[in-house]
Design a protein. Structure first.
Length: 455
């Protein structure tokens, strides 16, 4: 289907709610969930269980149809049930489901590694290693950097999120719920707070505030940790769980320069920003970052368990044989899904579609800032957009309670939206990039109505 025909605005409503929410089948499953699944696994606030999906629509077990602004937390850029993904997966399942690449190697791993090396935003010769999850990619990127440099320290940035395993969690900023009670954490991790343009001193121009942040970064490397002991700096080109905060480009350019100057490996965590979400295949391409290693997951395989580290050949080859790997990393079915997902992104020009979606959402969100006093900021890049809700624009105190009400109202009206931010007061959009113009307009109308109701 062409972009023009798929994104026709004239279409019947996508959302169809036929039962109370949650419906009877969902309520029964919710009771089972609470009996068998621990409380530590977050429970969806809406209590709805889903059984199928297509494009940007989700259908629950009671037959209700929802619009998806969450995308499996950014895993479904190519859409639910992407035909190329499913076709490759079915074909691969008939051939080889698992063998462990280190024991009985297979072609899909090599084909995907070749493809990732070709599209990664890294100049020169590259290599790719495949793993299972975003956190695993981050942990292995740090391992590679430490092995290649012989250095112990890691520089991270607040309010970053890099995963829930020990080292990845040590790099993560948000205490509740991610870090509470899980220490002690990995040593030799140093975190630098990124400049938050929304909270700069009122009298300070944006340019001056960013310049101060750039200078602070240089001072940080003099006062907090010796640059010669830093193996790598790990940063998201746009902070995902941290609230979709966009680091100033000048700071990212300076970080790239400092890393080159001091021999620090620069790791771009593109787990949420990658594969078209920001309007380019990778956010680093327009952000001023010059990474040595790139961590990928989520929409890499359109939701199949798979991640990757792609990096400069000299760094990747510095690790001894057996130092990288894992039983399931680069599973052939997941590799096939990834090849289908990337083909979909390229053939349907979904990065361009992200720009189109971002333009519509950005303009609409700017209007929400004008209309609603409790919406303090609208920000983002491409289709990665966010609204920050506060109790008072003067103090910018986070308004998590109002944010939760908006999310609950939206779900009750058939729209799934996620929160983010250190205080849970940011609404974010991660809709599949195959979403039509009509679906996008319908979802934004629901969101606006929910904001109006909590005003």
């Amino acid at each position: 289907m062409s972009l023009d025909s798929r994104h026709e605005a004239a279409a019947p409503p996508a959302i169809r709610i036929r039962t109370e929410l949650p419906g009877p089948k969902s309520r029964a499953l919710l009771a089972e969930r609470r009996r068998w699944v621990p409380a530590g696994v977050s429970e969806a606030r809406h209590g709805v269980f889903f059984e199928r999906a297509e494009g940007a629509r989700l259908t629950d077990v009671d037959g209700n149809v929802f619009l998806d602004f969450a995308g499996g937390i950014g895993c479904l850029n190519a859409g639910h049930g992407a035909p190329r993904v499913l076709a490759r997966v079915r074909e691969q399942l008939e051939r080889l489901q698992h063998a462990c690449f280190m024991v009985a190697p297979y072609e899909p791993y090599v084909a995907l590694a070749r493809k990732l090396c070709g599209i990664a935003p890294i100049a020169g010769e590259t290599r790719a290693a495949l793993f299972n999850s975003g956190a695993e990619a981050v942990e292995n990127a740090v391992k590679i950097a430490r092995r290649a440099t012989g250095r112990p320290a890691v520089l991270a940035f607040d309010p970053g999120f890099h995963g829930r395993t020990l080292l990845a969690l040590s790099l993560t900023s948000k205490t509740t719920p991610y870090r509470d009670g899980f220490g002690p954490f990995a040593p030799e991790v140093y975190r630098f707070p990124l400049p938050d343009l929304l909270r700069r001193p009122r009298e300070m121009p944006e340019e001056a505030f960013v310049a101060r942040g750039v200078a602070d970064l240089s001072r940080f490397l003099s006062s907090n940790v010796n640059p010669s002991s830093i193996a790598c700096a790990v940063i998201e080109p746009v902070m995902g769980e941290g609230g979709f905060i966009v680091p100033p480009k000048a700071l990212l350019i300076e970080l790239s320069r400092l890393c080159r100057q001091h021999g620090i490996v620069l790791v771009a965590d593109e787990i949420q920003t990658g594969f078209g979400r920001t309007g380019a295949m990778f956010a680093s391409e327009g952000a001023g970052l010059e990474p040595d290693l790139v961590c990928m997951a989520k929409s890499l395989s359109n939701g199949f368990p798979l991640s990757a580290v792609v990096g400069r050949a000299a760094l990747m080859d510095a690790v001894q044989p057996g130092g990288l790997g894992g039983t399931f990393g680069g599973n052939p079915v997941a590799c096939a899904a990834a090849l289908g997902a990337i083909e979909t992104l390229e053939q349907e020009n979904l990065p361009r579609r992200a720009q189109e979606i971002g333009a519509v959402v950005g303009a609409r969100f700017a209007g929400f800032v004008e209309r609603f006093p409790f919406v303090a900021d609208a920000r983002g890049v491409g289709a990665m957009r966010a609204l920050e809700l506060v109790t008072d624009r003067a103090t910018l105190a986070p308004d998590k309670a109002r944010t939760e009400r908006v999310l609950s109202l939206a779900a009750s009206r058939g729209l799934l939206v996620l929160s983010a931010g250190l205080h849970g007061n940011v609404l974010r959009t991660l809709m599949p990039l195959v979403m039509s113009d009509a679906e996008l307009a319908e979802g934004l109308a629901v969101l606006e109505a929910c904001l109006a109701e909590v005003a």
